[in-house]
Design a protein. Structure first.
Length: 202
């Protein structure tokens, strides 16, 4: 219980400190669920991407067997494999960044303390987020233009081009959301990305 004397010159200080700490606790309580939701979205999309990679392997094995064993190549396996690959790569990008799997040059960060590393990671995440916004904007315009004029692929399947072009705005939007989650985590004192790959050091 906080008591403030009527004649104290600094009577408001304990109340201000209490209010400030209470505000921070409320903010952290509201941010943590948001970070968890964004992380779960990234992991869920990454799971779908993993199954797409598995599907790519199945389709290519089927294509090779059909072509060389039965002399009956398909018209869809190669194109659908590329289609699944671009969606899998861009879909998994957010989860890969979350787990620190993106390519990073750590020549400078290895020489800094935790505070310096945290500041550089936040700066890098802000740059990535800005890039994602730009890529989403132009990617959406390209996909919308292809949809409007009915542009299709120059293949036997003649697939609509916007099916594959939509991977840019969707994938970059997911990566942007993960950037926000990572920035909030860093500002709240969350863990940093590892500076070394344990698998390479063994």
């Amino acid at each position: 219980m906080i008591q403030v004397g009527a004649g104290s010159r600094f009577g408001l200080c304990p109340i201000l400190i209490f209010d400030f700490q209470f505000s921070i606790s409320i903010t952290m309580g509201a941010v943590v669920p948001v970070i968890r939701v964004l992380n779960r979205i990234s992991d869920a999309v990454a799971t779908v991407a993993a199954w797409l990679f598995f599907l790519i392997g199945v389709m290519l094995v089927y294509e090779v067997a059909s072509r060389y064993l039965f002399n009956a190549p398909t018209i869809w396996a190669e194109e659908m494999s590329r289609f699944c690959q671009v969606w899998a790569v861009f879909g998994a990008a957010a989860a890969v960044m979350r787990h620190g799997g993106l390519i990073r040059v750590t020549l400078l960060t290895d020489r800094l303390g935790p505070a310096g590393q945290r500041a550089l990671e936040v700066l890098a995440l802000v740059i990535i987020a800005v890039f994602c916004v730009v890529a989403t904007y132009y990617g959406w315009n390209i996909a919308a233009d292809s949809y409007a004029i009915g542009r299709t692929s120059a293949t036997m399947l003649d697939l609509p081009m916007w099916w594959s072009e939509m991977v840019i705005p969707v994938g970059m939007s997911l990566l942007f959301l993960q950037c926000i989650a990572e920035i909030l985590s860093r500002l709240m004192g969350g863990p940093l990305w590892p500076t070394h790959d344990p698998e390479l050091e063994e």
